[in-house]
Ligand binder design. Structure first.
Ligand code: BTN
Length: 246
C-alpha cells in the first residue's frame, strides 16, 4: 500500500531541531519510521501531533492519545560506539528536568511518575541508522484503565503549554546529550538514580515476555552502566534488561 503523507499544520525551528507539527496522525513514531524508510526525514527532526489514532506504548500496548496531551517523536542518528539503550534514561531525565516539578520520579526503565502515578512514557524504536524517541505526556487527561495508575498535570494544578514543554525538553536533551558524549553514561545514571522510584525497596518485575512464571521479586539495588536493573534476589544479584516494575 502506498504511504500517504499527512498534511503538516506548522513547521518551525528550535536550536538545531526542525519541528513538524501535524494535527491527527496514526502515531508519531510510525510516521517517523515511515519517513526514515522513504528517505524523507533526517536526524534532529521532531514530529509532533495534536492527537494519534494508533498511539503505541511499550510492550505492544496502545497509548490512548486524545487532543490536549503532548505526543512527539525525536529522530536521532544511531550513535557510534556508545550504548544507545542509555538514550531512554537520558530522555527520561531530560523530561523530568523539563517538567521541573517536585515529586517527579523515574520508574525503570523509562516512565515518569508524578506523585507516584504515571505522567509520561517513552517508546524507543530503531531503524538501521536511526533511533526514534517517542514521548507522550499527560497534560490534560489520562486513561482510566491502565496497568499502572496514571495522572495528568492539569488535575495536579499544573498548566503547561505543549510547545513550551517540547522546547524545554529539547534544550535539556541537548545539554544531557553533550554531557553523555563528553563523560559517558555516569552523570546521566547518577541523575536518574537520584529520583529512581523504589530504589532500595522490594519490587516485583514482570519480564518482557509477560509469562507469569517469570516475575522475579527482590530488592532494587542499582542501575548498571548498560541500563540494566540490578535486582537482589535472596542475596544474589541478577541483571534485568527489559520488563517493568509492577
Ligand atoms: C509507554 O509508557 O508505554 C510509552 C508510551 C509512548 C507514547 C508516545 S506518544 C508519541 C509516540 N508515538 C507513539 O505512538 N508512542 C509514543
Amino acid at each position: 500500500m502506498k504511504f500517504l503523507k499527512p498534511a503538516m499544520i506548522n513547521k518551525f525551528f528550535h536550536q538545531n531541531f526542525t519541528i513538524n507539527h501535524y494535527d491527527q496522525i496514526s502515531s508519531t513514531n510510525d510516521l517517523a519510521l515511515e519517513l526514515i524508510r522513504n528517505n524523507q526525514i533526517q536526524e534532529n527532526q521532531v514530529i509532533i501531533c495534536n492527537s494519534q489514532t494508533s498511539g503505541k506504548g511499550r510492550i505492544g500496548r496502545n497509548w490512548v492519545s486524545p487532543n490536549g496531551n503532548l505526543y512527539f517523536s525525536l529522530i536521532l542518528k544511531t550513535p557510534q560506539n556508545i550504548n544507545s539503550s542509555n538514550l531512554s534514561f537520558l530522555a527520561a531525565v531530560a523530561l523530568g528536568e523539563a517538567l521541573n516539578l517536585d515529586q517527579i520520579n523515574y520508574k525503570w526503565p523509562n516512565d515518569i511518575l508524578l506523585q507516584g502515578k504515571k505522567i509520561a512514557g517513552i517508546l524507543i524504536e530503531k531503524d538501521a541508522n536511526f533511533i526514534v524517541l517517542g514521548v507522550g505526556v499527560n497534560l490534560i487527561s489520562n486513561p482510566e484503565q491502565t496497568n499502572y495508575p496514571s495522572v495528568n498535570l492539569k488535575d495536579c494544578g499544573i498548566n503547561l503549554e505543549k510547545i513550551d514543554l517540547l522546547k524545554s525538553f529539547l534544550d535539556k536533551f541537548s545539554n544531557l546529550n553533550q554531557e553523555w558524549l563528553n563523560f559517558g553514561f555516569a552523570p546521566i545514571r547518577n541523575l536518574w538514580l537520584k529520583k529512581a522510584f523504589n530504589l532500595g525497596k522490594k519490587i516485583n518485575i514482570r519480564l518482557k515476555d509477560g509469562s507469569s512464571q517469570k516475575c522475579p521479586s527482590g530488592i532494587f539495588l542499582d542501575l548498571d552502566q548498560d541500563g540494566n536493573l540490578v535486582l537482589n534476589v535472596e542475596g544474589q544479584n541478577i541483571l534485568i534488561s527489559s520488563g517493568e516494575i509492577f
